[in-house]
Design a protein around this ligand. Structure first.
Ligand code: HEC
Length: 137
């Protein structure tokens, strides 16, 4: 009888010990989350799909509206990989590019600019990783 209780207890302890582990594994499904340290707010931002999707749309409608190839607004052609991850952070932290200074960014709230920064950071020049599928195109 005592032996039986001991076995049951051992199984229970083992189960409880593994419980947190199963939680972590469940969270990890679908790949790891990347983070961006934002120098302006001194916070770490998770590059979740909702942030980068929001950023992508804002970038297309508010930045690409000028920075497309052959535009007549005097804006150089810009792409996601025109800057490194750090380079994009600097653009949004310092805001010392001409369009940021002359008010072309004024339509966007600081929260929206953060999304654009998240998106561009996630696609920056130095995010290329030979071990990931991203290298295929
Ligand atoms: C109204 C047009 C306009 C809009 C909108 C605009 N820009 Fe610009 N941007 C310019 C012009 C003009 C310059 C100065 C010429 C140049 O260097 O391309 C410039 C310069 C820049 C530069 C420096 C270019 C370089 O390669 O050094 C960056 C980076 C930049 N813009 C990013 C952005 C981002 C990010 C957005 C969206 C949040 C944006 N711009 C929206 C017109 C615009």
């Amino acid at each position: 009888m005592i032996k039986k209780i001991a076995v049951v207890l051992t199984v229970m302890v083992a189960f409880l010990a593994l419980l947190p582990l199963t939680g972590v594994l469940a969270d990890d499904e679908g790949g790891e989350t990347a983070y961006r340290f934002d120098p302006a707010t001194q916070t770490s931002r998770a590059l979740e799909y909702k942030n980068t999707w929001e950023g992508y749309n804002l970038y297309k409608s508010n930045c690409k509206s000028c920075h497309f190839r052959g535009n007549e607004r005097g804006a150089r052609y810009l792409n996601e990989d025109s800057r490194t991850m750090r380079g994009w952070n600097t653009v949004f932290y310092k805001k010392d590019v001409r369009c940021a200074k002359d008010g072309a960014w004024a339509k966007l709230s600081s929260e929206e600019l953060m999304y654009v920064n998240d998106y561009l950071y996630s696609k920056a020049y130095d995010t290329w990783d030979p071990r990931s599928a991203k290298s295929c195109g």
